[in-house]
Design a protein around this ligand. Structure first.
Ligand SMILES: [Zn+2]
Length: 337
């Protein structure tokens, strides 16, 4: 069953499908929640369910007909996608205008036209203003699905014209289930990836990659070692970001945030060591290094370091230049050593 692919979001699903079952599906929804918890998947699944040529049940997609395949491939003529280009920080007004013009055209197949705005966090005043009329009065059969990370990131003009659907961070059990469904067979590995996934399925899945663990090893060893050198460590981290592609802003930010998640995890462990707690660490060599790091650094400085890492993660979300974030974090580690 197609909806089963979306784990841990029963409340969101029931709200929208319940309204649809009563014939009261709204015209514009804003799906908000952390990155990587199933909002995009949900929007696609709903589009498929509404456009499926051979639905096996009410509001359920068959996942086999041409319409389902086209929605999945983003090539269905009646499903429009809009997202911020990788090299931009805001949704350009020109793209918004084109999207609205196409959305206003009659559906080519059935009675439905679905518009999915995947980066609703990125509206600027201009692109939001050019969208308001469409958002307020979509054409007959029109359904708009906007996707954002939080209500505080939305312009009031957009927020007030949408029905809000909240998506929650995923539980550990749901993350493990997603990892299992995606072929991660080792239960201990699933457990570790789920913990580092911090509520995000996308992040947990991204961590299932040997190259990331190699980088983690080198970077964490370096930063928590006795004499960390600024230049090579900052370069190592930057290189990993650049490998995503020079103009892949969103992917670079995701990678930078992933590295911070590693650092937050190890500094958090070191802090527990500094307080005399015995915390499990996956390998003995790392445990020994972290103990030494904790002893050298002391609990106050570790707590400060932890704060800096968490703050840096917020800076990434706010689109602070990544080079500045990397330099400031690496500097925090090297300065103290
Ligand atoms: Zn179908």
């Amino acid at each position: 069953m197609a909806w089963d692919r979306i784990r841990g979001q029963d409340a969101a699903r029931d709200a929208v499908l319940g309204a649809a079952a009563r014939g009261r599906l709204g015209q514009s929804y804003l799906l908000v929640g952390p990155d990587g918890v199933g909002k995009r998947l949900f929007a696609r699944e709903l589009a498929k369910a509404l456009l499926c040529e051979n639905p096996p049940g009410a509001l359920t997609a068959c996942d086999r007909c041409p319409a389902c395949a086209q929605v999945a491939a983003e090539s269905h003529p009646d499903v429009l996608f809009l997202r911020t280009p990788d090299d931009k920080l805001e949704l350009p007004v020109e793209l918004m205008r084109t999207f609205c013009a196409r959305f206003a055209l009659k559906p080519t197949r059935g009675g439905r036209k679905i518009g999915i705005v995947e980066t609703a966090d990125d509206f600027n005043d201009e692109s939001a203003n050019s969208f308001l009329k469409t958002l307020e009065e979509p054409p007959p059969g029109g359904l708009l699905l906007l996707i954002g990370t939080g209500t505080d990131r939305q312009l009031p003009t957009i927020l007030s014209r949408c029905q809000l659907v909240r998506f929650a961070a995923l539980s550990h059990a749901d993350l493990c289930a997603v990892l299992a469904a995606n072929g991660v067979e080792d239960a201990a590995k699933r457990d570790r990836l789920a913990r580092l996934g911090a509520g995000s399925a996308a992040r947990a899945l991204a961590l299932d990659d040997d190259a990331i663990w190699e980088l983690r090893q080198k970077l964490v060893d370096g930063l928590t070692g006795p004499r960390p050198a600024f230049q090579p460590l900052a370069e190592m981290w930057t290189e990993y970001l650049d490998d995503a592609g020079k103009d892949k802003g969103a992917e670079q930010r995701a990678r930078a945030s992933l590295v911070l998640q590693f650092l937050i995890e190890v500094v958090g462990r070191a802090l527990k060591f500094a307080h005399g707690a015995n915390v499990p660490v996956p390998d003995a060599a790392e445990a020994a290094r972290l103990r030494a790091f904790a002893e050298r650094t002391g609990p106050d400085a570790l707590l400060d370091l932890l704060d800096r890492c968490v703050e840096a993660d917020r800076h990434i979300e706010r689109r602070v230049q990544l080079a500045l974030v990397v330099d400031s974090v690496v500097e925090q580690f090297t300065r103290r050593a």
